[in-house]
Structure formats: structure tokens, C-alpha cells
Ligand binder design. Structure first.
Ligand code: SAM
Length: 277
């Protein structure tokens, strides 16, 4: 994995600390011990945080089936009104066919969701793009995804920022997604097994939270883990109700506002949320 800033020596120091910050986030490994860099008070520091510079990080690139992705983006996504070039480019880059089982690969760029096993699905490309667009990601943002599934949405997010944390409740899916993301080169994404209802407090607060399973209500721990100025995109509604894709925003003063933007159909969020408030 390599995270880099555009500034030589400073970059090396930041790269080390950023990489370490990402370790120990999986269930299996305990957190790495914090690294202390001691600098004498009168020594000019070689390593300064570069607050205003956007991060630069490695993202894998795939030529295979690129034409299919270009067609998918222009006919399914741009034509439905998504304009953000960063989102469109993320959708052009991530090889969706490598996130679905063999038997679904031929249809990977079709305008529909696909099964990924264990009764779960990977969302329709337009919905992935739309939810990503609603998050308004800036490079450097910290993002939480609830519902890793295949890892596809997480890979799309990792095109926009190197700080992506994703939780999946089905351990078989989480393990497969973690392995797939690593093998494909999406090494900045951290995946853990758990009930996303509770968020990932150790890695928060987050600039953006995306929930990719339908919840009967917005989980309060997720609202708490949203930064002031942050936003959450979540399908709200039961399996038999009309679900509404909902945007939850938290103002700089901490006021929470919700608005519903699109009727949708998602697999249900399981775990704690199903026992009600
Ligand atoms: C529509 S699929 C997600 C698709 C995924 N984002 C992708 O790109 O492949 C919804 C996922 O949410 C997971 N899920 C359901 N309830 C959950 C919970 N409480 N915490 C974490 N994951 C959950 C399901 O197991 C399923 O994998």
C-alpha cells in the first residue's frame, strides 16, 4: 500500500503514519501500537502536516472490459443526470465484473443489480453512482460503508478518498471482499465483520456514511459518528414498505436534517436494527 502526498520528505513521514493508522482495523488484528516521533523543542521539524494538500494514493487500473464500463457510464449514469466527473471516473475505473460470481460476469455491466451469493446483491450501477454522488466526497474524507457485500461500492469510494472503512455482518462475505479488494489492489479499504448499526467508533467520526441495506430507522450510533458538516446516505423502510433513499445531514452546529430523495428497493439491514428503536 502506498499513500503519498506530493511533498518529498514530508511525504515519506506521512505515508508511514497513514499506513500505520490503517492497520489493526480488521477484526483479526489488534490495533498497532501508536508510533511516537519525538522532536526537540528547538529543532525545526522535517515533517509537518500538509493540511491543505489533497492526498495522493495508488489506485489500480484495469483495461479488461473497459468499453463495457464506458458504455455503462454514458448510457445508464450520465444520461440519468449524474455530472460529477470524479464519480463518473470512479465508475469507469472499477472492474465491476471482478466483484460478481463467475456466472454473473457476462451481465456485470447491465442496468440491474446482481446476486453475489448468500441471498445478497450488488446494487444496480446507477444506484451505486447516485449514492456516491449524494455523499459529495472530497479527497481526504473519512468514509464509512455499512454493508460491504462484494466490496464493489467500497472500491468505488476508494477512488475518491484513501480513507474507506466498511462493515459487513456476514463474515463469509466480509472475508471474501477483504481478500478480493486486496488482490485487486484496493489496499486502502479496511473491512471488518460486525453489525454496522453500531458504526465503527474507533475510526470515526466520518465525513460520510453510506448504508447499502434498508433500515427501518436511521441508527442513532451512525448519526453520532457523523462529523458536523457530514452526510449519510441510507435507504429507510421495511422489506414490505416502500423504501426511500434518505440523505441525513449534520450541520456545523450539530443539527440533524433528513430528506428523502428516491424510492428504492434494497435487501434488509439485519442485526440490531430489526429489533426496533
Ligand atoms: C445490497 S448488499 C451491499 C452491496 C455492496 N455494497 C456491494 O457493493 O457489493 C447489502 C449488504 O449489507 C449487509 N448487511 C445487512 N445488514 C447489515 C448490518 N447490520 N451490518 C453490516 N452489514 C449488513 C448484507 O449482508 C449485504 O452484504
Amino acid at each position: 500500500m502506498s499513500h503519498r502526498t506530493a511533498r518529498g520528505v514530508v511525504a515519506a513521514g506521512l505515508a508511514v503514519s497513514m499506513a500505520l493508522a490503517g492497520q489493526g482495523c480488521t477484526e483479526e488484528e489488534p490495533p498497532a501500537a501508536p508510533v511516537h516521533v519525538e522532536v526537540a523543542a528547538d529543532t525545526p521539524t522535517a515533517v509537518q502536516p500538509v493540511a491543505d494538500e489533497p492526498p495522493v494514493w495508488e489506485r489500480p487500473r484495469f483495461a479488461e472490459r473497459r468499453d463495457g464500463r464506458l458504455a455503462m457510464v454514458s448510457t445508464q449514469i450520465e444520461q440519468r443526470g449524474i455530472k460529477d466527473e470524479a464519480v463518473l471516473d470512479a465508475m469507469r475505473q472499477v472492474p465491476r465484473h471482478l466483484f460478481v460470481p463467475e456466472e454473473g460476469r457476462a451481465a456485470a455491466y447491465a442496468d440491474r443489480p446482481l446476486p453475489i451469493g448468500l441471498g445478497q446483491t450488488i446494487s444496480q450501477p446507477y444506484i451505486v453512482a447516485y449514492m456516491t454522488d449524494l455523499l459529495q466526497v472530497k479527497p481526504g474524507d473519512r468514509l464509512l460503508e455499512v454493508g460491504t457485500g462484494s466490496g464493489y461500492q467500497a472500491a468505488v469510494l476508494s477512488e475518491l478518498t484513501p480513507h474507506v472503512y466498511s462493515i459487513e455482518i456476514i463474515s463469509k462475505l466480509a472475508d471474501a471482499a477483504r481478500k478480493r479488494l486486496k488482490e485487486l489492489g484496493y489496499e486502502t479499504v479496511q473491512v471488518k465483520v460486525g453489525d454496522g448499526y453500531y458504526g465503527w467508533e474507533e475510526q470515526g467520526p466520518f465525513d460520510g456514511i453510506i448504508v447499502t441495506a434498508a433500515a427501518g430507522h436511521v441508527p442513532p450510533p451512525l448519526v453520532q459518528q457523523l462529523k458536523p458538516g457530514g452526510r449519510m446516505v441510507i435507504p429507510v423502510g421495511g422489506v414490505l414498505d416502500t423504501q426511500h433513499l434518505t440523505v441525513v445531514t449534520k450541520s456545523e452546529e450539530g443539527r440533524v436534517h433528513t430528506r428523502s430523495v428516491l424510492p428504492v428497493r434494497f435487501v434488509p439491514m439485519t442485526g440490531r436494527v430489526q429489533s426496533g428503536r
